[in-house]
Design a protein around this ligand. Sequence first.
Ligand SMILES: [Zn+2]
Length: 474
Amino acid sequence: MQTEFDRYKKEADFVAFKTIHERTRDFGVRDGKPDSLSEFDDQGLLIEVMRNGHMGYSATCETTPEGIKQAFAQAIAMTDASSKYPVFKFDKQIRPGSKGKYQTETKKSLDSLSLAAVYDYLKKTSLALKTSDQIISTSSDAMIITCKQKYLSSAGADFEQSFDIVINSMSATAQKGSETQTRSLHGGRGNCRQVGAEHFQLDSALRECDSISREAIELLSAENCPSETCDLILAPDQMLLQIHESIGHPLELDRILGDERNFAGWSFVQPQDFGTLKYGSPLMNIVFDPTVSDELASYGFDEIGNPAQRKYLIQNGILKAGLGSLESQMRSGLSGVANARSSSWNRAPIDRMANINLEGGDLTLDEMISKVENGVIMFSNKSWSIDDYRRKFQFGCEYGKKIENGKLTKTLKNPNYRGVTVPFWNNLVGLTKPDSVETYGSPYCGKGEPSQIIRVGHSSPYALFKNIEVFGGG
Ligand SMILES: [Zn+2]
């Protein structure tokens, strides 16, 4: 790539070449039997150019001299044509000349995993989920991804990043008469981490299978969640989506600027809210942190060369910074983060979440439960809905427990709750300690036109909210 890059690097005010090579192996086992296997090998080149303060892009999987020549000419034609109608005139500060290397920390390479070894793990876990005849269906899936990026720019940037990722989920569905209930590993998203082959620990997975299966059966004879306004404790595997939808998306600066209103939506957050809006109670501390070693969306640099740094988005409940790349920061004049990311080589980077994490508090889970006179605890996201402005939301979970006079009592099926973003987070009255924080993620965050699906990470303790509307489902 260096030779080709050198050929074009002086042909515009700024030129960058980024290559991405991603290999995905996707395995599925249903009821102990192999169900699916797919393997993708995807690689290509994104060319970025700047002329007259305007960016242009083109991408190609034909990385031959002729293919690159054509793609470069298209990028130039795009920036020349679109720079006649500029939204904003940028300068070269939006593309730093960063150098370095990032690699996922692993104990054992993912390439060392054979097809047979992964199927054996999935088959054993799928069979272990069937603890009774009431379990009518089980599934165990794994997606194993290795991704390599290289970026060169005329600003002097020269960095490489290498990511090793495992997304591992499993679920069991139980049935009695007309009642059907599904329980899964941390909701449908399962475990999503940057990790090596050491992820596949059968002993711990079999223990998880046992509790998933037993809870699915337990739900068959559980009472429906009551409809009332009461205290609500959310487990970290529901908090991941609460954080994602009601903090992550509304804080994207390109959304606040209106870029996404046609597709993903707008935001209730206004530019003047930064530094002043009391987004939540003083317990609420939200960090953007792509520097955590094993979380799903960790990296050394975002995809335009901005070095990854941990930063508070919300501190002691006050909104401090948005999820905006160097481009959105320059356009809006607001504080942002290193979050220009793309889903692949054939998409331009836009403002995305990376790891958005809620910091822990000072309670044990037992202490938190003991503070609740009347409430519900909910685990594992099942469904979600939120409006285009990220204001009013409704979430459903897989499994609940009633809390009465400081103690967990009966199991509840179909637990749901609803709220409005800012009042909800201002009702946050307790968090469990940092050592209780659990880390999850999602490989399926969608945004952008044309559409881009990317991977995000979220970590959270258990969280206690006051006066929340909970209700059961059908
Ligand atoms: Zn999303």
